[in-house]
Ligand binder design. Structure first.
Ligand SMILES: Cc1ncc(COP(=O)(O)O)c(C=O)c1O
Length: 386
């Protein structure tokens, strides 16, 4: 086996295009010079298009989780109540971050595989007549369960109440439709290492005017994440501290690819890959963790494994050259996940399904080789015929 050639089908970090890899080899430049300002301006404009916002998108050298902290410390006050809507492990982690930061966090949890029900959120917010709840936190796409929340409907009910709506779109933005301004989202955050086709290391975040106004009243301690500092620098096309220049080059290259494909084209490709993957999984007779087609994720598919998922993944990785992801937290022994986002094409989904079928067969589970691939091919053919 040529081990160097392995197909990375995990939901982040995702493969990077050769243009992005090459861009990162460029020499360093003065981060206070004109060349950097031009790079900053292009990347900022490109990000605004992907976030669908006219607000600035700020770039922090950080993992995606940093965005959770940036969102909270810039808009809230110690002890404030926030409603954490959680449909999986990343919802739980944001909940823990908010708790550690000294907020009063109320949790509204949904079963693994379920999406958040906007009606239940509306119900809880309607009970809050004193308007204690200052913000609602929600994942756009819950990577641990392969579920996409209906952020648009959730935003509508949150705005009726008046709280800020903060959206973690780490595994959604740049792959799944999200309209920051049109849907009235107050904070949207993401990471570079998923749909944006870059290596890990950048946290990207935008604030609505309402969130910016809240930031002026917010007294949470902050230095690294301080919106005021980062905004002041933004106006000069700079950052308050040394930017991750190589990753800016990477982002410039990936945003150019997104522009060439068009964002709508990128969304359509992900819609197709999601549908192909789910059709393939069902054709194998397996169960999807996200049962509802309307809220099943088009960037990541979680599959209930009929045999030890660790064994399936090991065989896929070591004998078939395809890397699948495991489950997180309580789902570790129950599921495996197939990522299909970013620099990924329908042909990669076929390969991932082929490897999944073969790995299951090699683990002793009775699958008919070829059925999953054929089902996914049919979906692709239907798409090609329009
Ligand atoms: C939905 C979601 N939120 C947050 C994160 C955290 O990102 P990071 O690992 O870059 O901190 C992830 C990472 O997979 C994610 O999928």
């Amino acid at each position: 086996m040529l081990r160097e050639k392995s197909l990375l089908m995990i939901p982040g970090p995702t493969p990077i295009p050769p243009q992005v890899a090459a861009a990162m080899t460029r020499p360093m430049i003065n981060h206070r010079g004109e060349e950097f300002s031009a790079l900053f301006a292009e990347v900022s404009a490109g990000l605004q298009q992907v976030f669908r916002t006219e607000q600035p998108v700020y770039i922090f050298p950080a993992a995606g989780s940093g965005g959770w902290e940036a969102a909270l410390v810039n808009t809230l006050n110690p002890g404030d109540t926030v409603l954490s809507v959680s449909v999986g492990d990343f919802g739980e982690r944001w909940y823990r971050a908010a708790t550690k930061l000294g907020l009063t966090v109320e949790r509204l949890r949904f079963e693994p595989g379920e999406a958040a029900d906007p009606a239940r959120i509306a119900e809880r917010l309607a009970e809050d007549r004193q308007k204690q709840i200052q913000a609602v936190l929600v994942q756009h796409n819950e990577t641990s369960t392969g579920v996409t929340n209906d952020v648009r409907s959730i935003a509508r009910v949150v705005r009726e109440h008046g709280a800020l709506i903060m959206v973690d779109s780490v595994s959604g933005l740049g792959a799944l439709p999200l309209e920051m301004d049109a849907w009235g989202l107050d904070v949207v955050l993401t990471g570079a290492q998923k749909a944006l086709m870059c290596p890990p290391g950048l946290s990207l975040i935008a604030f609505s005017e309402r969130a910016r106004a809240a930031s002026e009243r917010s007294r949470m301690p902050r230095f690294y994440w301080d919106l005021e500092a980062v905004h002041k620098s933004y106006l000069k096309r700079q950052t308050p501290y040394t930017p991750a220049i190589s990753l800016y080059y990477a982002l410039q290259a990936s945003l150019r690819l997104i522009q060439a494909e068009t964002l709508e084209g990128v969304w359509a490709r992900h819609r197709l890959m999601g549908a192909m993957c789910r059709a393939g999984v069902k054709a194998m007779g397996l169960t999807l963790l996200a049962q509802d087609e309307a809220t099943a994720s088009d960037t990541c598919t979680a599959v209930v494994s009929p045999v030890d998922p660790k064994a399936v993944r090991k065989v896929a990785r070591e004998r078939l050259g395809v890397q699948l992801a495991g489950g997180q937290a309580d789902l570790a022994d129950k599921i495996f996940r197939i990522g299909h986002m970013g620099y990924t094409v329908p042909g990669d989904v076929l390969q991932a399904l082929a490897a999944t079928e073969m790995a299951l067969a090699l683990c002793g589970y009775p699958v008919e080789i070829g059925r999953a691939v054929a089902a996914a091919q049919e979906v692709w053919m239907r798409d090609l015929h329009g």
